[in-house]
Design a protein around this ligand. Sequence first.
Ligand code: ADP
Ligand code: AMP
Length: 223
Amino acid sequence: MIGNVVVLLGAPGAGKGTQAQILSERLGLAHVATGDLFRAAVRDGTPLGLTAKGYMDRGELVPDSVTIDMLFERLARPDAAKGILLDGFPRNTAQAEVLDKALAERGGKVDVAPYIEVPEADLVARLGGRWICRAQGHPYHEQTKKPLVPGVCDVDGSELYQRTDDQPATVQARLRQQLGALDQVVGHYRGHEVLATVDGSQPIDRVTDGLLAAIAAATGRQG
Ligand code: ADP
Ligand code: AMP
């Protein structure tokens, strides 16, 4: 039997990683972020990382076959049995359909797909000011979420850095290439009646409250 499956949706910069780290801890779900898995592969110089890097640098999606294999390898790890919080997957309808099928084969389903909705104009400022930590990808922002000590992660003490794909030209490319596919994924989950839209322009803790309420209504899990 498979545990709860929560799919966190949102444009690049909407706050998925920020919220996923809070929610996974509070709800006891495994946080699975395909972007983090790709960045780890790039950092380690694995064949997967070498394949992914070019797409990531151009702001494009990595091909589905590569992404899906990587995801299912991660989901086979024991901690996924307690339930999963997906962050950054699915990114298009084909990925959403593969996920539905794989879950159905294991007697599971996507329980809820909370959509963190943020106006496009705000995404550019969020991505441009983002710093993340080397050790675990904890996100900060130079205006809205400063670390206690400049350049150092509050949680694990590792160094903060700016992602190369958060440079202005790549940000524009990512939004141009990825927002259309996000709309389709949102439509997919709306059609399955599991979509729950949360206003992502609120402060971080208010967004968390909205997400916890949506997840509790669908799964009974309380944060
Ligand atoms: P995503 O994982 O969806 O790409 P992140 O969680 O990395 O997005 O957030 C993008 C940036 O916006 C980060 O710098 C983060 O600190 C900041 N951020 C996240 N949520 C909020 C919020 N509710 N209000 C203001 N800034 C936020
Ligand atoms: P993220 O950290 O979610 O912003 O992802 C960073 C980059 O990794 C994206 O711009 C894509 O190039 C790639 N990526 C992450 N998740 C996926 C996915 N589900 N499908 C394809 N590419 C992905």
